[in-house]
Design a protein around this ligand. Structure first.
Ligand code: NHR
Ligand code: GAR
Length: 204
């Protein structure tokens, strides 16, 4: 039996702000697909900038360590990002995953994790960067909506795309019904995109 375990462990740190359903989809995929044995990868920590994020309990229930760093404890965006970097780096991450993380990150942060920082955005980028994507897609009369996994760069929601999934916009859709349809795809797409990334990283 060859030992397929790479020498370098690939720690994954997931940043959240809210319910953490994408985080949970990634953790469940990592467990079910044995990312540890396959790629030497495991989710080392889930970090929230909001102490009340429901995703923290969800992560704990899945057996993942959680940490909170409230942005409200910092006077500037730069100070928060510097503290966040220091916390993340205690885990020596191969990959940092934004999963419903709602703070715009400074260029210094993005630079520090260049090539190992990814996000899932709830639109078919380059359409609708920024917030309120579902209402904006409805207002624009789009017949398709979806989600995009992309590398994070200093320009918001403009980094290189890694994967995309589309869903139809249906008659009578509200922002909520459309968001729910898109999120079902997010929960499939994001774990798959990370698995693809780990697989290619394993050969480097
Ligand atoms: N940071 C950089 N530099 N580049 C990206 O592409 C980023 C990023 C940080 C987060 C996720 C993103 C999304 O997928 C993301 C991508 C938050 C905002 C925002 O305006 C915008 C986009 C995204 C996340 N946040 C407000 C802020 O002042 C706060 C809003 C709130 O707390 O609810 O940071 O859409
Ligand atoms: C997801 O739909 C994600 O695409 C979106 O927020 C939701 C988070 O849900 N992200 C953004 O809007 C980033 N600005 P989750 O916390 O249950 O994963």
């Amino acid at each position: 039996m060859p030992n397929l375990m790479p020498r370098q462990p690939k720690n994954i740190v997931i940043l959240i702000s809210g319910s953490g359903s994408n985080m949970a989809a990634i953790v469940r995929a990592a467990q079910a697909q044995h990312w540890q044995q396959q790629f030497g990868a495991h989710v080392a920590a889930v970090i929230s900038n909001r102490p009340d994020a429901a995703g923290l309990q969800l992560a704990q229930s899945l057996g993942v360590a959680t940490q909170v760093l409230s942005h409200q404890a910092f006077a500037t965006r730069e100070a928060f990002d510097a503290a966040l970097m220091a916390l993340i780096d205690t885990h020596q991450p191969a990959l940092v995953v934004l999963a419903g993380f709602m703070r715009i990150l400074t260029p210094a942060f993005v630079q520090h994790y260049a090539g190992r920082l990814v996000n899932i955005h709830p639109s078919l980028l380059p359409a609708f960067p920024g917030l309120n994507t579902h209402q904006r897609a409805l207002d624009a009369g789009c017949t398709e909506a979806g989600c995009t996994v992309h590398q994070v760069t200093a320009e918001l929601d403009h980094g290189p795309m890694l994967a995309q999934a589309a869903v139809p916009v249906l008659p009578g859709d509200s922002a909520d019904t459309l968001a729910a349809r898109v999120q079902m795809q997010e929960h499939l797409l994001y774990p798959q995109a990370i698995r693809d990334w780990l697989r290619s990283a394993a050969c480097r």
